[in-house]
Ligand binder design. Structure first.
Ligand code: 13P
Length: 279
């Protein structure tokens, strides 16, 4: 799994992580990735794992769907913002390919200690690990926070002392909708890229301009996370479909236009990350 992300870093593109919020998301993510021949990461946020049916259920569902759809591109099943070491271990046991431990709210010593515990367990099981330094602002699934820029020394220590596989340094991006223009801190990003070898991860990518995404890719970001943009496409189309014909009750007639809107949006994200035609 790590080599897929390493390859993206070396060849200057990013693999999109698209968050799944239910069964139709999984289908749409796989369809868009297969059409565009892009490697893809399906993320499930720890905060909504019960809503999704639990680690075991959602992970095996994604893997069964991959088989059922005869998917031929590489797919990484990833736990997004793992809340505790125990939760990350449960995801590893359930068959996830990659887990994020979000220790960003902890003092750096504790972040290192707990991320290392996740890395030790995950690596024994061939699972890769993402860590976070600083704090990504905004609102993701009810988790609200303010931006706190990642400290370069903390990034270096987390990478070197835990041997994690990917690093998310918080640099001005926020989850959810931006208020005003995003300021991604490109100077700080360059300093981190110069100092650290591991591929970087950009969270909160919905609402970031195409130009800024490309700059971030050229400064070492090989995984870029999207959630809000797809959910807006889904909900806007759903509202429109229901408003257009108030007598509709057939689930397929109601949901199919939203599925098409999601596939289109995910394809456009893949093009922005320039990960198309890479497999
Ligand atoms: P957005 O919801 O802003 O796209 O962020 C997604 C994300 O970073 C998931 O970890």
């Amino acid at each position: 799994m790590n080599t897929i992300i390493q390859k993206a870093k070396e060849e200057h593109y990013a693999i999109p992580q698209i968050n799944a919020n239910g069964l139709i998301w999984i289908e749409c993510i796989l369809k868009a990735a297969e059409i565009t021949r892009s490697p893809i990461i399906i993320g499930t946020t720890d905060k909504v794992i019960e809503f999704l049916g639990g680690y075991q259920f959602i992970c095996s569902t994604i893997k069964n769907k991959i088989k059922a759809m005869d998917v031929t591109i590489p797919v990484i099943v990833h736990l997004d913002h793992g809340l505790t070491v125990e939760n990350c271990k449960k995801a590893v046991d359930a068959g996830y390919d990659s887990v994020m431990f979000d220790g960003s709210k902890l003092p750096i010593e504790e972040n290192i200690k707990q991320t290392k515990a996740v890395v030790d367990y995950a690596h024994k099981n061939n699972v890769i690990v993402e860590g976070e330094v600083g704090a990504i602002g905004g609102n993701e699934d009810g988790v609200i926070g303010n931006v706190k820029y990642a400290d370069l020394d903390d990034c270096l220590r987390l990478a070197q002392e835990t041997l994690l596989d990917t690093l998310a340094p918080a640099l001005g991006s926020v989850h959810g909708k931006y208020q005003g223009e995003p300021d991604l801190g490109f100077a700080e990003m360059k300093a981190i890229q110069d100092a650290i070898d591991v591929p970087l991860v950009l969270h909160g990518a919905s609402g970031i301009s195409d130009e800024d995404l490309l700059k971030a890719i050229h400064l070492g970001h090989a995984k870029i996370n999207f959630n809000t943009e797809i959910n807006i496409a889904w909900s806007n189309q759903l509202r429109q479909t229901l408003n257009q014909d108030k007598s509709l009750f057939n689930p397929q007639q109601i949901l199919n236009p939203s599925k098409e809107a999601m596939v289109e949006t995910i394809q456009s994200i893949i093009y922005k990350c320039t990960s198309h035609n890479r497999v």
